[in-house]
Design a protein around this ligand. Structure first.
Ligand SMILES: Cc1ncc(COP(=O)(O)O)c(C=O)c1O
Length: 389
């Protein structure tokens, strides 16, 4: 049996520290917005190279609060990708704005800057550009989107950039942490993330003091002082317990990311010549491999084969957002984003985590090679090879 992810192995590495951190919270008896959250906000924003951090209850709420803080709302439009977890687009919808999608870069699977520019030019001609207020790139699987080019486009069209770094803790673009480019950047601390708590959690980071202050109001009933509410905020706070746990884990994030990077290289070496396509790390990127996602035209049968051999795999994500029922009203159709749709049929996330053993990796890759050898048509290699339905 090779699990997709085993968080108990990570816990064993840091058990004593976690127990003493949570005990500290119980003993203080303060569970909401206390010293742990403040300290973690400071430590994590510092790690990101950004001045301020606001701890919130999830990555989804980090995104929707960041958009709201930036003034995005009813009638606005925000450009993002359909190749992401649905929360990226849901967060836009929750503000009352509409998500507009663009296709992805064939190598990084993140927002294609050419497609972005193309959409903006097209909308400019039709005179509808005024509704578009922001760009929301996603650093998918831990690989950065091409931030210089996206920021240049945003500057030229006077658009706000909010980064979705929910899968990219520690990732870098040209030697700089990805989240230091946009006006606001958002993280998830969902348990499976590179930095994950023992429950839900998230953070918005920014260099802008006014936005920081607004976010602190938005996450806590819009409360300026006790029972003095100056805007309509919600209850979107990060818990003290989660902050205490995340402070322990933050100390190990770089080490664990390095372990992921080393393991990704090992996987790539083992899969060399196998016929499946491995993730690419662009020369300007530091990939943190939240996921290790391969591609093959025989994805469905490979997944079944691996399952029979006791190897767990997942698909991130099988249905692009624009084709989800929840976004039917947005009017997109099959064929609108060809690469996103093609990749959704071909991608497969292999078991991958820092504590994974080399023998487990060997087992996964040996079984993949056995499957590919048994296939008549090598996956993803021959042009025109039929997809599975
Ligand atoms: C790219 C992306 N955006 C947003 C989210 C939402 O984060 P959360 O699950 O913490 O709400 C996730 C989490 O899975 C994600 O992967």
């Amino acid at each position: 049996m090779v699990p997709f992810l085993d968080l108990t192995r990570q816990y064993k590495r840091i058990e004593e520290e976690i127990l003493s951190a949570t005990k500290r919270v119980y003993e203080k008896g303060r569970f909401i917005l206390g010293e742990e959250v403040s300290a973690f906000e400071e430590e994590f924003s510092h790690y990101c190279g950004v001045r301020y951090g606001v701890g919130v209850d999830s990555g989804t709420d980090a995104l929707q609060l960041a958009l709201k803080a930036a003034g995005i709302g009813e009638g606005d439009e925000v450009i993002t990708v359909a190749n992401s977890f649905i929360a990226t687009a849901l967060a836009i919808s929750v503000t009352g704005a509409k998500p507009l999608f663009v296709d992805i870069d064939p190598e990084t699977y993140t927002m294609d800057p050419n497609a972005l520019e193309h959409l903006l030019r097209r909308r400019k001609k039709k005179g509808e550009r005024q509704k578009i207020k922001a760009i929301l790139p996603v650093h998918l699987y831990g690989h950065p989107a091409e931030m210089d080019v996206i920021m240049d486009i945003a500057d030229r069209y006077n658009l706000v950039v909010v980064e979705d770094a929910c899968q990219a803790h520690g990732a870098e673009y040209q030697g700089r942490k990805v989240v230091s480019f946009g006006l606001l950047s958002c993280f998830s601390f969902y348990p499976t993330k590179n930095l994950g708590g023992y429950g839900d959690g998230g953070m918005v980071v920014t260099d802008d003091k006014k936005l920081f202050e607004k976010l602190r109001l938005l996450r806590c009933y819009g409360e300026k002082r006790k029972y003095k509410h100056i805007l309509k905020g919600g209850n979107n706070r990060l818990d003290e317990i989660q902050a205490a746990i995340l402070r322990v884990k933050l100390k190990y994030l770089d080490q664990w990311n390095e372990e992921r990077r080393k393991k990704a290289l090992i996987y790539k070496g083992m899969l060399d010549g196998s016929g499946v396509l491995c993730p690419v790390e662009k020369e300007w990127a530091k990939h943190v491999y939240h996921l290790f996602v391969i591609r093959t035209k025989k994805r469905n049968s490979l997944q079944v084969f691996l399952k029979e051999k006791g190897i767990e795999t997942l698909i991130h994500y099988p249905i692009p957002i624009h084709l989800q029922k929840a976004f039917r009203e947005s009017g997109y159709r099959r064929g609108d984003f060809p690469l996103t749709e093609q990749y959704a049929r071909e991608i497969l996330s292999l078991p991958f985590f820092p504590e994974m053993t080399e023998s487990e990796m060997k087992e996964v890759t040996t079984q993949i090679k056995t499957f590919i050898r048994a296939e008549v048509t090598p996956a993803c290699q021959q042009a025109g090879a039929n997809h599975e339905s």
